[in-house]
Design a protein around this ligand. Sequence first.
Ligand code: XMP
Length: 514
Amino acid sequence: MTLEKDLILILDFGSQYTQLIARRIRELGIYSLVKAYDSNIKEIENLKPKGIILSGGPNSVNIENTLKPSKKIFALEIPILGICYGMQLLAKEFGGKVIKSNKKEFGDSKFMIKKKSKLFKNIEINLNHNVWMSHADKVSNLPKNFSKIGESTNSKIAAFENKNKNIFGIQFHPEVTHTLLGKKILKNFIEICECKKSWTAKKITKEMIKKIKLDVADDKVILALSGGVDSSVVAAILNKAIGKQLSCIFIDTGLLRKNEVSEVRKITSSLKINLTIVDASRKFLLALRGVSDPEKKRKIIGKCFIDTFNSEAKKIKNVKYLGQGTIYPDVIESSSKNSKSDVIKSHHNVGGLPKKMKLKLVEPIRDLFKDEVRKIGLDLGLPRALINRHPFPGPGLAVRILGEINHEKVRILQEVDYIFIEELRKNNLYNKTDQALVVLIPSKSVGVMGDKRQYGYVVALRAVNTTDFMTATASHIRHEILNNISTRIINEVDGVARVVYDITSKPPGTIEWE
Ligand code: XMP
């Protein structure tokens, strides 16, 4: 984006919290970007950052060939904050000493400010503060011209500064919510960098629209709408920017949630978005007939999706652009791979569309985190229920029906899923869980209905809490609520004889069953 805005640049040394630093800075109204630790100095200079943060990371600064930034960042004469590994790097760089700690600190720890510093403005001195630590090394000797400003339970030097150069180091993680004073510290750092607030949903939206108008001009854009948050927000932005030059295509795979098609129609028509709905459900179900291997199912669905999208797109003449809902975490994950952070990107949406189409990409939300995408979506008039929707996998209910898929199983699962989600909403639990789903287990179990024995499928309810979908725990749902949901399902959905609740964490389980 071209908005003239003050930037805090984060160099990523592979900490699992690096993205969080950027999110916290942005929450404070300042633009922030994550770049690989070894970014070229020219690239850094071109970005004109007002301050740099060196992230944490899993390495030790004492090993050979340890990860280092370009030395020239220290000549830029802008404030620098080193966090954890970043702090140790600064210590070493300026002639201090870092040693292996005899006691590692992981998790909650106590931190005490020992000397007034601009970094700790409005935070009480000589008092214990709860902080989040994750380190095995520690700074044992300060570099020349640096002074200690804080200590923790196991580190005599847990924070330091070079007042003249505006260089700071903290051993703990201010970006993690356990560190209660973290937000204040980051705010103080932003003040030290003399950043002006410019990162608000309104300004971002305005800037995005301006840029799309400029880039796309009079050309046409097509977009695969999935009914999820990202593609819906992209549709709303593009629609605002270029109106009828946008054509959205929604493919009904026959593997969607109940009422999905009518919901999408309702929303797009209220925003006057140009939409074609393609009913390809027969094609998908036919292609999946007799297939029970999960990866095969995914491949078949991916291919059917692309074929269907392609043939529909061809009907729209003179299209130049393909809209995509890529968001910032995807961009960081692919660009920071050198930083050795342990990112496991397990899934891609089926919407990864054909290169053959020779279309230029327009990716308006490429710079944004999910919570920012949500704010913008609300600003653009998308309904809150859509914005707060749980993720839904590209292959849809196909990966929630174990084994072979047929129309009957899809129908049953749609009904059960509808009841589960409706009950979670009624009980104010939907927004307290991060993903809720139902799995249909294709073996039949005995039940008694009225006075008759009957066989029906088993369905497993699953609701999880997670921040990044890489780890998750089963949500706690009260027994009475589960009982009620189970009763409704058995009474209202023909073909189900038993309801179970999945309490497996991830790992070892995954969120989906296939
Ligand atoms: P797992 O099951 O790996 O899921 O714990 C993590 C997250 O990814 C979603 N998921 C998928 N999304 N295509 C998608 O677009 C897929 O094939 C796919 N499989 C899993 C899952 O719903 C959860 O949010």
